[in-house]
Design a protein around this ligand. Structure first.
Ligand code: SAM
Length: 330
């Protein structure tokens, strides 16, 4: 990190930042994209590693507002950093509209930030009470709208699919019976009661329900799928992609994407092999997933479930998204 780069706020330690910087293999002067600016940990590290320019995206207006006052000043060179309040799924469109690119490296650090979790008024946390909100962009439907207006079957489906919660139906039933629910503490209490929470239990039974509602409201898995395709279109040949995920639903999407785009997934099925007809691989050098080091885990236990996957863009065209969708052959 350059001597001009400040120490990050210790409450918001970036996860696996050294491993991400290594995967990005930044050559001084290159143009990098940080798709998930958050508290700016990756952006700082990119600039510290010699990036000529960083374009940083975040859909959270608070993250962008705080970054605008912090990072350019701290690095003393505003021209090297452009902050954009936008979903990372739009990165290729936004970069092209501004005449920037293609990018030499792109990092995505998927999920919620420590800042979002730690601020009770954002409504992501059941550790501290706040309005039931959970919107990263502060726009659209809130978590309160979802639990108070949704029907039982839809609520159960979301909790089952995105929380991998086996008792989703009991929770949905309890939510319907307790409506209206407007505070995070209320929702946590409803879930704990439905599942039978014992004081001192290792993991809070509300965790999975909160994760599920957050993923659903923010369309996080759809954004990740579209973001990977946007990165495929935005990267220069030889450009590096580094993606950090925090749970298996996300990691599976990245794994499948890189597997298919690197040609490791046969285009056809076992019964109907299709060899030469698929598109040329758009990614190569797909690395095995990397986890946080013991040293990092000792200072930042939040890194425990993090997985980094990385690959290098080939010079083949980006795949036709209509033909090769995530759920099917790609
Ligand atoms: C885990 S934090 C990133 C932390 C960051 N790497 C750092 O070092 O400070 C994830 C951030 O990505 C943002 N985010 C999540 N999904 C997004 C999306 N689809 N488009 C843009 N930003 C997104 C969140 O608002 C949050 O600020």
């Amino acid at each position: 990190m350059s001597p001009r780069a400040p120490e990050p706020d210790s409450r918001h330690l970036p996860v696996m930042v050294d491993e991400v910087v290594a995967a990005l293999a930044i050559v001084p002067g290159e143009t990098l994209v940080d798709g998930t600016f958050g508290a700016g940990g990756y952006t700082r590290a990119m600039l510290g590693a010699g990036a000529g320019r960083v374009i940083a995206f975040d859909r959270d207006p608070d993250a962008i507002a705080e970054g605008a006052s912090l990072v350019p000043d701290a690095l003393g060179d505003e021209a090297r950093l452009t902050l954009i309040e936008e979903n990372f799924s739009q990165m290729d469109r936004v970069l092209a509209a501004r005449g920037i690119g293609p990018a030499d490296g792109i990092a995505l650090d998927i999920g919620v930030s420590s800042m979002q979790l730690d601020r009770a008024d954002r409504g992501f946390s059941f550790q501290s009470d706040g309005p039931l909100d959970m919107r990263m962009s502060k726009a659209g439907m809130t978590a309160a709208d979802f639990v108070n207006d949704g029907d039982e079957a839809d609520i159960a489906q979301v909790i089952k699919d995105y929380g991998e919660e086996p008792r989703a139906r009991s929770i949905a039933r309890a939510i319907i019976a307790a409506r209206p629910i407007t505070r995070t503490a209320e929702l946590a209490a409803v879930v704990r009661k439905a599942l039978g929470y014992r004081q001192g239990q290792k993991s809070d039974p509300a965790t999975r329900t909160f994760q599920a509602i957050r993923i659903h409201l923010n369309a996080e898995l759809e954004e990740l799928e579209q973001g990977l395709r946007a990165a495929e279109r935005a990267l220069a040949p030889g450009g590096r992609l580094a993606v950090v995920t925090f749970h298996s639903l996300e990691d599976r999407i990245v794994k499948r994407f890189l597997k298919s785009r690197s040609g490791a997934t046969p285009a056809g099925s076992r019964h109907r092999p299709e060899t030469a007809s698929g598109p040329a691989p758009s990614f190569g050098h797909v690395k095995k997933p990397v986890s946080a080091s013991e040293r990092e885990l000792a200072i930042n236990p939040r890194a425990r479930s993090a997985r980094l996957r990385s690959a290098v863009r080939t010079d083949a065209p980006a795949w036709d998204q209509a033909k090769y969708s995530q759920g099917g052959r790609a």
